[in-house]
Design a protein around this ligand. Structure first.
Ligand code: VGL
Ligand code: ZN
Length: 202
C-alpha cells in the first residue's frame, strides 16, 4: 500500500506568504491530481505558537535567516510563519483536501523546531504519523509539498529511517534555494530514498 504525504502546503509558504517558497504555488494542481493515484493521502501542517524559538522575532538582536544554536541543535531563524489558527497557517485555498484522511501538526512546542512530519528536530516527540501509516499497512511513501530542502527533506529522511520505501517527488515540490534543493536530493539518494517525477506515478 502506498501513501502520499503532502507537506506544509500552507499560505505562508507560497508567494505572498511570510516564508514564501519561489514558485511554491505551481505544485498545487500537481498535488491535487496526484492524490487519486494513492490508497491514502495525509498532510502535515506547520503550526507554531507566537513564542516559537524558530522565529527571529523571539531573539532580540537577531535577524531572519541568521543561524543560532538551540538546545545543542543548529537552528535557522525564520520570519514569523504558520501561526496557529491564522491565515498563514491555513492550507492554500486551492488545495483539494477531500481525500486527506489525517493532518499531522508539528512545531507546536515553542522550544524546538520540527521540520519532519514524524518527529521534532530533537526526536523528543513523535507526531503519530509513523504509527498511523503502519496501522494502515503502508509500505511506500511519496513526498510532495514545501519546502523541498526543509520539511519535505526531513520528512523523507525520517521515512527512510523508519523503513518505508521512500519516494521524493522532485517536481511536486519547490525549494527555498536551488543549492539547497540539489543538496536535499543528494541526501535523499545517499540515505536510500528514490527521486521520482510525478509523471511516473501510475
Ligand atoms: C518549513 C522552515 C520553517 C517548511 C517550516 O515547511 O519547509 N521551513 N518551518
Ligand atoms: Zn516552521
Amino acid at each position: 500500500m502506498k501513501a502520499l504525504i503532502v507537506v506544509d502546503l500552507q499560505n505562508d509558504f507560497v508567494p505572498g506568504g511570510s516564508l514564501a517558497v519561489p514558485q511554491g504555488h505551481e505544485i498545487i494542481p500537481v498535488v491535487n491530481q496526484l492524490q487519486e493515484k494513492f490508497e491514502l493521502v495525509v498532510a502535515t501542517q506547520d503550526w507554531h505558537p507566537k513564542d516559537h524559538l524558530s522565529f527571529a522575532s523571539n531573539h532580540p538582536e537577531k535577524k531572519p535567516y541568521e543561524v543560532v544554536r538551540l538546545d545543542g541543535l543548529e537552528q535557522v531563524l525564520w520570519p514569523d510563519h504558520c501561526l496557529q489558527g491564522e491565515k498563514g497557517a491555513m492550507f492554500v485555498p486551492d488545495f483539494d483536501e477531500r481525500r486527506v484522511e489525517a493532518i499531522f501538526r508539528k512545531g507546536t512546542n515553542p522550544q524546538i523546531d520540527s521540520y519532519s512530519g514524524f518527529f521534532d528536530n530533537g526526536r523528543k516527540k513523535s507526531t503519530g504519523l509513523a504509527d498511523f501509516l503502519k496501522g494502515r499497512r503502508i509500505e511506500e511513501v511519496y513526498l510532495c509539498g514545501l519546502a523541498a530542502e526543509y520539511c519535505v527533506l526531513y520528512t523523507a529522511l525520517d521515512a527512510i529511517e523508519l523503513g518505508f520505501e521512500t519516494y521524493y517527488l522532485e517536481d511536486a515540490t519547490r525549494a527555498l534555494s536551488q543549492e539547497g534543493f540539489e543538496k536535499a536530493k543528494e541526501q535523499v539518494v545517499g540515505r536510500g530514498g528514490k527521486l521520482r517525477s510525478f509523471l511516473a506515478i501510475r
